[in-house]
Each structure stands twice: as structure tokens, then as C-alpha cells.
Design a protein around this ligand. Structure first.
Ligand code: GLV
Ligand code: MN
Ligand code: MN
Length: 403
């Protein structure tokens, strides 16, 4: 068993990397901070005599046992963050995977299947815009040529960023050999809501991940003077944008879905000028795929209608969409039972587990988050609950690979 203090010791070694003055984290893929996080992972893995290898997409794997024997049990998560994100989203799963291996070894367990800890590249899509970038590439869900051309906010392509980090982007793409080695994936993650806090339970199991996606909205109008242009003469894309944000919120509420516009860019972004363009990103999620499609279509129609009234144009382009994923029922039921009847939860957040689930038997564990807040500095979990999460993960890995 891992004690809270032992969890905290390893946890604290990662905490300074990428911490911002507001207490949040900025760990964008292939940045200097990301490279430092990767180095931290490799050192921790080598300290444990795990064998580290990566794929051409920057995903890292640390193995206890030889994965080429097949039917491997993989755990882990991601180390990248959203801008000003919390400390736990992603890293908790990586730290817990390493510590769960310590627990099994200290118990003298001898795995009959290889056990690995993974770090997936850019789960958040914060730099290059596509969520679960590394796992999508690995599984063949994303065309490597399209991926190589993705650009960050400074116009740097993924290929250039990898090259600058000393990694050859020619290796991007599906890795059938590696996928064939995997039998099971179990991702541990901070809960991104308050269900476990309300149920007074430290650890839960995922049932399903909501379908979700990102759409880019471009509202274009006529740039003009803020003081001299009569109100009736304006073609102001800011109005179309503002109306569309309100409409998305309303349409989501009507459907029991979620719609968020958390990122926008105004051109030219001047106080005394009507903008020529507002670009914004819609994040939409719903309990089922029909609901998501209906929500997105409703937002498209409302944006177009309003553009007609404003004399502007509204364009909406899909950037990435993830289908609804139900995690393996047999495995989640077995995990819930072996953890003494752990609660089974839905996830409105996306995860690499959702991508892997289309290829290998996949499960997720959640650790209680007392604030319920995520993708923000206030994201929290106690050391006691995190240690409970590690011990639960160790138990799951033992059941899968050591029994
Ligand atoms: C990732 O955390 C997402 O759900 O966007
Ligand atoms: Mn996240
Ligand atoms: Mn995450």
C-alpha cells in the first residue's frame, strides 16, 4: 500500500514544472516545459528499472516486462495541460501508474502480462487544436500528414515543433505493431466534477464518455470607425459572435447538453474600431451523439440567421469530434466490485481512454475532486484520496496481470 506521504513525495517532484504565477499550469506539447516533464517521467521510469520507449508521435511508454510478448496491461495518462490548467488532470494518472508498480513490486507480485505506464502527447489539444493528438495518431484515427500541418497560435506547425524538440516528425502516424502488443488500458484520472464528493467516495469507475467536439467559428464583417459609423450602417461581426455564444448556451440548456466558447480572437482587436473578424471555438458535448449533432446544427442555424440580420458572414468548421464511448462493461463491473462497490460515473470530459477504447479493452478510475473544478488552478485532490487511487489502481493491475 502507498501512504499519502509517499504519494505526496513523488507528486511534489513534478509540481514545479510549468507552474504559473496564478497557481495554474501551462504545459503545452513540445514546449521546454513539456520536454522537462518528459525528462522527469523517463528518470522516474529508469529509477524503477522500467524500459522506456517511445513511438513516432511522442507518446512514451515505460515497461515492466517485455511488451513484445503481447496482451500488455497499460496504464498512464498525459502530462500536458490546458492554459492555466490544474495540476491533476493527466499527471495524476502518470504518477499513480508509477506508484502502482512500486506497490506491486513491494508486494512481491510477479506479472504474467507486461505492465506499462504511458504518457500520451497533447491530450488537451491546447497547442495544436486536436484533442488526444498522440492517441489518435497512434491508433490511426488522425492522418499524420494533416497532423504535421497543424499550427499553434504562433503559426508553428506540429512538424516544426517536433523538429525543434529533436524529434523527427516523419515518424508520425499509426503504430500497428505497438497497438498489437496492448491487451488492456486502464487510465486513472482526477474526477472533473463533484459526483464522488457528493457520494462521499474517494474512487469511482467510468461507465461512459460523452460524445464531444470542437468547432471553429469565423464571423466576418466590415471594419470601420467606432465613432463615425452610424449604428444602422454597421456590419459588426462582434454582434453575430455575441448572439451565437448566447444561442449556444440556450440550445445546450434546452438539450441537457454543454456548450462553451472559451476562446476567441478579435481582428484587429482595437477599442475604437468595429472588428473585421471574430474567430471563436465552440466546445460542445452531449449525453448522446444525436443530441450533439442537433446542438451543433442549432448553433449553426442561429449563427447564420443572426449573420443575415447583421450583414455579416458566419462560417463553422469542425476541428475534432469524438464519438460516444462506453467503456468495457465486464471490466468496469469487475473493477467496481473489486473496489468494494465503487460508484460508476459518466465523464463529460474527453480522455485518451476514449480513443484507446475503440481498440483494446479499456477502463477508467476517477479520484475524488472536492472542489469539482477542473481545467483551472482550483482543481484539487487530497493526498489521502490520491493514495487511495494508487492503491485501487494497483489492485486493478494485480487482478489483470498478476493473479
Ligand atoms: C479534455 O480534458 C477535454 O475534455 O477537453
Ligand atoms: Mn483535461
Ligand atoms: Mn485529462
Amino acid at each position: 500500500m502507498i501512504s499519502p506521504d509517499r504519494f505526496a513525495a513523488l507528486w511534489r517532484s513534478l509540481l514545479p514544472l510549468g507552474r504559473q504565477p496564478d497557481g495554474g499550469y501551462r504545459r503545452f506539447s513540445w514546449s521546454a516545459t513539456d520536454l522537462a516533464c518528459r525528462e522527469w517521467f523517463v528518470e522516474e521510469a529508469l529509477d524503477r528499472d522500467l524500459v522506456v520507449d517511445g513511438d513516432g508521435n511522442g507518446n512514451l511508454f515505460a515497461w515492466w516486462g517485455d511488451p513484445s510478448t503481447g496482451n500488455a496491461v497499460l496504464t498512464g495518462s498525459h502530462l500536458d495541460s490546458v492554459p492555466s490548467g490544474g495540476a491533476y488532470d493527466g499527471p495524476l494518472g502518470v504518477v499513480s501508474g508509477l506508484l502502482a508498480i512500486d506497490v506491486l513490486r513491494e508486494r512481491g507480485s510477479a506479472p504474467t502480462r507486461p505492465i506499462g505506464v504511458a504518457v500520451f502527447t497533447e491530450e488537451e489539444g491546447s497547442r495544436f487544436g486536436v484533442a488526444c493528438l498522440g492517441s489518435r495518431l497512434l491508433t490511426g484515427a488522425l492522418d499524420p500528414e494533416r497532423a504535421a500541418r497543424l499550427v499553434d497560435r504562433d503559426g508553428v506547425t506540429l512538424a516544426e515543433a517536433m523538429h525543434a524538440a529533436g524529434v523527427d516528425p516523419a515518424g508520425l502516424g499509426a503504430d500497428a505493431r505497438r497497438m498489437a502488443q496492448l491487451g488492456t488500458f486502464v487510465e486513472l484520472h482526477i474526477e472533473q466534477g463533484r459526483a464522488l464528493a457528493d457520494l462521499d467516495a474517494p474512487v469511482g469507475v467510468a461507465r461512459a464518455i460523452w460524445p464531444h467536439g470542437r468547432w471553429r467559428l469565423d464571423f466576418t464583417g466590415e471594419a470601420n470607425h467606432a465613432g463615425t459609423t452610424r449604428m444602422a450602417d454597421r456590419h459588426d461581426p462582434m454582434l453575430t459572435f455575441a448572439h451565437t455564444v448566447l444561442a449556444a448556451n440556450k440550445e445546450a440548456r434546452l438539450r441537457g447538453a454543454h456548450a462553451t466558447v472559451g476562446r476567441a480572437a478579435v481582428t484587429p482587436n482595437a477599442t475604437n474600431a468595429i472588428p473585421s473578424r471574430v474567430s471563436a471555438w465552440l466546445d460542445a458535448r452531449a449525453p448522446d451523439e444525436a443530441g450533439l449533432a442537433a446542438l451543433v446544427e442549432a448553433v449553426r442555424v442561429r449563427a447564420r440567421e443572426r449573420a443575415g440580420r447583421d450583414g455579416t458572414e458566419a462560417a463553422m468548421v469542425e476541428e475534432s469530434v469524438s464519438p460516444e464511448v462506453e467503456l468495457d462493461k465486464e471490466l468496469r463491473d469487475a473493477i467496481a466490485a473489486s473496489l468494494g462497490g465503487a460508484p460508476v460515473l459518466e465523464s463529460g470530459a474527453g480522455h485518451d481512454a476514449g480513443v484507446l477504447a475503440g481498440h483494446v479493452v479499456t477502463a477508467m478510475l476517477f479520484v475524488r475532486n472536492p472542489t469539482g473544478i477542473s481545467h483551472a488552478p482550483a482543481e484539487q485532490a487530497t493526498d489521502v484520496d490520491c493514495a487511495a487511487g494508487v492503491n485501487a489502481l494497483a489492485r486493478v493491475l494485480w487482478e489483470l496481470a498478476c493473479r
